[in-house]
Ligand binder design. Structure first.
Ligand SMILES: [Fe+2]
Ligand SMILES: [Fe+2]
Length: 166
């Protein structure tokens, strides 16, 4: 079974992951423009991740460790709802795998219980992102044509425009 130092290192890996997920979801919250429900739900999920940061930090301090916020290169999702939901699904699947591995590797029942609790919330997030993705994809399919679409506005690139646009 894992030593105290190894447990602290695992919890710090979890902490780093939660900080990254929080930043990615907060960024989504700021930039998503297509549908308010997605923005608000992603913000709620970001708040859950912040609570996970607090719980993990408490466990680390309780073991005599130092909660480390190690910055890594963060891949943000763009302002597109479909892309943001797919990024969320990837992150939540990664989180579930991480917590399952750490629940199996750590013998302290209190820490196991807390990590399993966080893991179950990540499963909820995965389900929420899956539903949001379905809604976002349906919104793309159902998108009403704009006046410009209906008027058949000329395509600049098709008219021999050499400015490099289009
Ligand atoms: Fe989390
Ligand atoms: Fe999550």
């Amino acid at each position: 079974m894992a030593s105290n130092e190894e447990v602290i290192a695992m919890l710090n890996d979890d902490l780093t992951f939660e900080v990254e997920a929080t930043l990615i979801y907060m960024h989504n919250h700021f930039v998503l423009t297509q549908a308010m429900p997605t923005q608000l739900e992603v913000f709620d999920i970001a708040l859950d991740e912040m609570r996970h940061i607090e719980w993990l930090s408490d466990l680390i301090v309780g073991l005599g460790g130092n909660p480390e916020l190690k910055p890594r290169q963060i891949r943000f999702a763009g302002a597109d709802n479909v892309e943001a939901c797919k990024r969320g699904i990837d992150l939540e699947n990664e989180a579930i795998a991480l917590y399952n591995a750490h629940v199996a590797a750590i013998s302290d029942p209190k820490i196991q219980w807390r990590l399993a609790h966080i893991r179950d919330e990540e499963v909820d997030h995965l389900n929420e992102f899956t539903e949001l993705l379905e809604a976002a994809e349906k919104a793309v399919e159902d998108r009403q044509p704009t006046v410009g679409d209906m008027m058949g506005e000329p395509q600049e690139s098709a008219a021999g425009d050499e400015s490099g646009r289009g």
